[in-house]
Design a protein around this ligand. Structure first.
Ligand code: KG4
Ligand code: ZN
Length: 383
């Protein structure tokens, strides 16, 4: 059955103009390719007639080792690493699923937001596979893929509130429907993961910083070093992390030379401040989303991004959700961080609605999920 071809204008997620009109109602098998940052990933996912999802294969190759010496992601190294391993990963993903290209219903690749070089590698590969197999191509917004993951892992349908917290993104989103997203808050400076990474670097800990700061904070005293909590209590829903990071630097400089205890206490204080900021800002997003949940619709909060792995942040969100009557759904860590299954799943959700893209779809290094959202000053790199 032919899928309908939809023209997506720049920055648009909801189709504006429909050329052909046949959604794909049956079982769909989609290959997903992810290359927007420092993970190369490929996965095959099935979407059944009822809209349930199942992962047949999910292979990820992290480039952490290549970037570690530089303390951050180097775009040129990332693009080259994607080129070197993507074809092998696709082959493995198909082999693990026990399928060939001819068994697929569609091929999805991340088109943005992210690092241009990596996006081009994934897009060209996905388009070539679509052309060779005669299957429809789906250009996926990476943020949409994170936002829809709970549909794959937990069968959860919109509406729900979403906190996306990674190295490049810090956003609260209202997922109204597939293709309809309202951005509530974003960061006006650093992403939360970035703040963890910079704090770790400053304190002489390794990269990526999140897990290192969490480990060091475990026996620390969160009250010894007082730190600010920017934006708390403000009506606008945005985040700001730069002032907190600067305060950590000032405290560290004042206490230098730092002992292990100092580092532990600084990490604990930083983590506690981030927990307070997250709880307050997500609470504000809950206020704003109030009207989206009718009396028969459960209120639900979902989380994605590498920072979601942090136990204290997870506990703060669980407390907040319980206080506010929200159910909390957190996908397993491997599906919270960048992966191919979320791209395949977003592709399947779009294909089911008949929304496919042309082979002329270009990479979009900046691609906001909600084009109507006003820009917050100096918003995070990919927001
Ligand atoms: O989603 P992700 O794997 O990659 C992208 O940024 O796209 O997120 C990585 C970020 C890094 O900044 C890392 O420091 C942070 O997530 N992170 C954590 C933890 N694990 C990873 N931050 C706080 N606590 C953690 N346990
Ligand atoms: Zn991501």
């Amino acid at each position: 059955m032919p899928a309908r071809r939809v023209e997506r204008k720049r920055d648009e997620n909801v189709p504006a103009e429909v050329r052909e009109t046949t959604p794909s109602p049956g079982r769909l098998v989609v290959l997903g390719i992810e290359t927007s940052c420092d993970e190369t990933a490929a996965s095959v996912v099935v979407r059944d007639e009822q809209g349930g999802g199942r992962i047949l294969s999910n292979v990820v190759r992290s480039q952490l080792a290549e970037h570690r010496p530089y303390g951050g992601v180097v775009p040129e190294i990332a693009a080259r690493a994607h080129v070197e391993c993507l074809d092998g990963l696709v082959k493995t993903a198909l082999a693990e699923a026990g399928l060939g290209l001819g068994d697929l219903s569609g091929i999805a690749a991340t088109a943005g937001p992210g690092l241009n070089g990596g996006l081009v590698v994934g897009l060209v590969t996905g388009k070539a596979l679509a052309l060779a197999s005669g299957r429809p191509f789906l250009a996926i917004n990476h943020l949409e893929a994170h936002a829809l993951t709970v549909g794959l892992t937990d069968g959860i349908a919109p509406p729900y509130l979403m906190l996306l917290v990674s190295g490049g993104h810090t956003q609260t989103l209202l997922v109204e429907d597939v293709g309809r997203y309202r951005r509530l808050g974003t960061t006006i400076d650093d992403a939360i993961g970035e703040a963890f990474d910079k704090t770790a670097k400053l304190l002489g800990l390794g990269y990526p910083g999140g897990p290192e700061v969490e480990k060091a904070a475990r026996d620390g005293d969160p009250n010894r070093f007082p730190l600010p909590r920017p934006m708390i209590g403000r009506p606008e829903p945005h985040f700001s992390l730069a002032g907190l990071k600067t305060a950590v630097r000032q405290r560290a400089e004042a206490a230098a030379p730092l002992t292990d205890r100092d580092v532990s206490d600084l990490c604990a204080a930083f983590e506690a401040a981030v927990c307070d900021i997250v709880a307050d800002r997500v609470g504000r997003a809950m206020d704003m989303a109030e009207g989206a949940f009718g009396p028969d619709r459960p209120r639900r909060l979902t989380v994605a991004g590498g920072v979601a792995a942090n136990r204290k942040i997870g506990a703060a969100l669980a407390r907040l959700a319980a206080e506010r009557g929200f159910a909390l759904s957190v996908p397993p860590p491997a599906l919270c961080t960048d992966n191919g299954a979320m791209i395949a799943w977003a592709g399947a959700e779009r294909l089911a609605r008949g929304w496919v893209d042309g082979l002329d779809f270009a990479a979009r290094p900046r691609w906001p999920l909600d084009p109507t959202a006003p820009a917050a000053i100096g918003a995070g790199v990919k927001a």
